[in-house]
Design a protein around this ligand. Sequence first.
Ligand SMILES: Cc1cc2nc3c(=O)[nH]c(=O)nc-3n(C[C@H](O)[C@H](O)[C@H](O)COP(=O)(O)OP(=O)(O)OC[C@H]3O[C@@H](n4cnc5c(N)ncnc54)[C@H](O)[C@@H]3O)c2cc1C
Length: 104
Amino acid sequence: MLQLFGKERMWRAHELKRSYDVVIVGAGVHGLGIAYYLGKKHGLRNIAVLERSYLGAGNSGRNTAIIRSNYRTAEGIPFYDASAFRRAWLESFVQRVRSFDGGA
Ligand SMILES: Cc1cc2nc3c(=O)[nH]c(=O)nc-3n(C[C@H](O)[C@H](O)[C@H](O)COP(=O)(O)OP(=O)(O)OC[C@H]3O[C@@H](n4cnc5c(N)ncnc54)[C@H](O)[C@@H]3O)c2cc1C
């Protein structure tokens, strides 16, 4: 993919190593999240994330970015409430997002 207002490529091909401890297929929010937490929480450093297109090329780059519990099934509502709306989780998430944009 090219940058929106430039002709420079946003991504480049990397030469692959002979082996990795973990290989993840797909650089969407799940693949990148797994890679991030394997590094942060478990100290793994030899991880490959293989993406056939560009980062976020799938659902992750096309969604409406809303955190909510609107899945209208009896099973879905408590699942989303428990996972997304825990106050501590949400607060730390917001702080991390702010730290990326300079605290604005
Ligand atoms: C229009 C739309 C609106 C949405 N709105 C919301 C919302 O408001 N809130 C919300 O919580 N969720 C929303 N979602 C759902 C959410 O975006 C997805 O559940 C989430 O992004 C899925 O992430 P993922 O990493 O599993 O998959 P994806 O983001 O789809 O990532 C999969 C990646 O794998 C790559 N890939 C596939 N096959 C291969 C292969 N063989 N080799 C290498 N790479 C491969 C793809 O190119 C892609 O980049 C929305 C989805 C859509 C489409």
